[in-house]
Design a protein. Structure first.
Length: 410
């Protein structure tokens, strides 16, 4: 395969994902992504006609996010008619999957350049708005395999691996502290732009979700979020959700519910885009590359516990790149729940000091379809800021999947 180069990366701020209350909630999600690709084109002085395809990750593809949001966002951005777009859904890995899909096309020589990214307006199209759970409401499959909500899976991992409420709260506090430091030191400035309102006036310029005043005491005072959900009868014989999860793990007597709103990812709106191309394309376009993609990978894991696949996906990407865990300078492990990076760190033997050095989704929020693209951009900016060389980006994914991408700074 030919080298696949990253020419630029850009994201919106992450706005609170509450209808009418968040700083991005008044903007159509097509417009969020349209502004993102227009801004990345402006700052790279990109001839838009040189982009052949655009892939957009989006999880809840209904209503305003339906009807191929990728193509409609291109039209909303007033790009040339011959620039095509497609939308992908790999749950929380969708934004990174979109990047990887474009990268694969470039590496194979099928296209010279494209954009991969994602968008999710969780204030306007809430989780569950498509009316389906992770299993797609397949009653036949449920008789054999009942996939539980992800919060239950997170608590099941914590129970089985011995991560306590103190452990996950400590991780969450550290995420908030790291994000606060990154914001104070303006580490996100290069990779983030101020969104405009529909009338062209200045809109949201900062991430809205971080809580710099978070303390260990305030986290400890939050109620466990998934106790009531775990007690709900959902099985064919009236089994509770917890009981359905434990059917797969009969050696575990009960689930300890340790995750709260404070140590789980925040609900936010956001969009991100990454411009990719071949080396020859960059020379024609007059744009200097910032990084190259070293490897991409996915991996599956047991679908009830669901959230443990970042480790095998990362290991597969490392193997493809001929690298070891110690070769990675920076890790971005999506903080869907605090236990996910904790479990991945333990499984792979990662130095925690290299993980999510600017905080993660607990502090900053998780706009489902966009997060993978945001994390890649965050890693790229931090590599350049610190002069480090390599980063691995990985996310857990519904249904028991993981995705990983390794980048190397140029």
């Amino acid at each position: 395969m030919a080298d696949v180069l990253i020419y630029d990366s850009l994201r919106t701020p992450r706005g609170r994902g509450k209808a009418g209350k968040g700083g991005l909630s008044h903007l159509h999600p097509q417009e969020l992504f349209a502004q993102t690709i227009n801004t990345i084109a402006e700052r790279t002085r990109l001839d838009r006609s040189l982009v052949e395809d655009v892939a957009v990750g989006c999880v809840t593809q209904v209503k305003e996010q339906g009807a191929c949001i990728a193509r409609n966002a291109i039209l909303a951005a007033e790009w040339p008619d011959d620039v095509t777009g497609y939308t992908v859904n790999r749950f929380c890995g969708s934004g990174l999957e979109a990047i990887n899909g474009i990268a694969a096309k470039i590496g194979a020589g099928f296209i010279d350049a494209g954009i991969g990214g994602g968008v999710e307006s969780m204030s306007r199209v809430p989780m569950g708005a498509d009316g389906a759970m992770i299993d797609g409401l397949n009653e036949k499959m449920r008789k054999r395999l009942f996939m539980v909500p992800q919060g239950i899976s997170a608590d099941l991992i914590a129970t089985r691996e011995g991560f306590t409420r103190d452990d996950v709260d400590a991780f969450a506090l550290h995420s908030q502290q790291k994000a606060a430091r990154a914001i104070e030191e303006r580490r996100f400035d290069r990779g983030m732009f101020q969104v405009k309102n529909d009338d062209g006036s200045p809109g949201l310029a900062r991430d809205e979700h971080p809580r710099a005043d978070t303390t260990r005491e305030s986290l400890a005072g939050l109620a466990a979020a998934f106790v009531q959900m775990g007690a709900m009868p959902m099985g064919p014989n009236g089994e509770t959700v917890d009981a359905l999860a434990l059917k797969r793990y009969p050696d575990t007597k009960a689930i300890e519910h340790v995750h709260t709103a404070g140590n789980s990812s925040g609900i936010v709106d956001g969009a991100a885009a990454v411009l990719l191309g071949s080396e020859a394309w960059g020379k024609r376009a007059g744009i200097k590359p910032r990084a190259r993609i070293r490897a991409i990978a996915t991996a599956g894991a047991e679908p009830v516990i669901m959230l443990t696949a970042p480790a095998p996906a990362s290991k597969r990407a490392l193997d493809k790149a001929g690298m070891q865990v110690s070769d990675i300078d920076l890790w971005e492990i999506n903080e869907a729940f605090a236990v996910v990076p904790l479990q991945t760190i333990r499984a792979l033997g990662i130095d925690p000091a290299r993980v999510n050095v600017n905080g993660g989704a607990i502090a900053l929020g998780h706009p489902l379809g966009a997060t993978g693209a945001i994390l890649l951009g965050t890693a790229l900016d931090e590599l350049e800021r610190t002069g480090k060389a390599t980063a691995l980006i990985t996310l857990c994914i519904g249904g028991g999947m993981g995705i990983a991408t390794i980048i190397e700074r140029i």
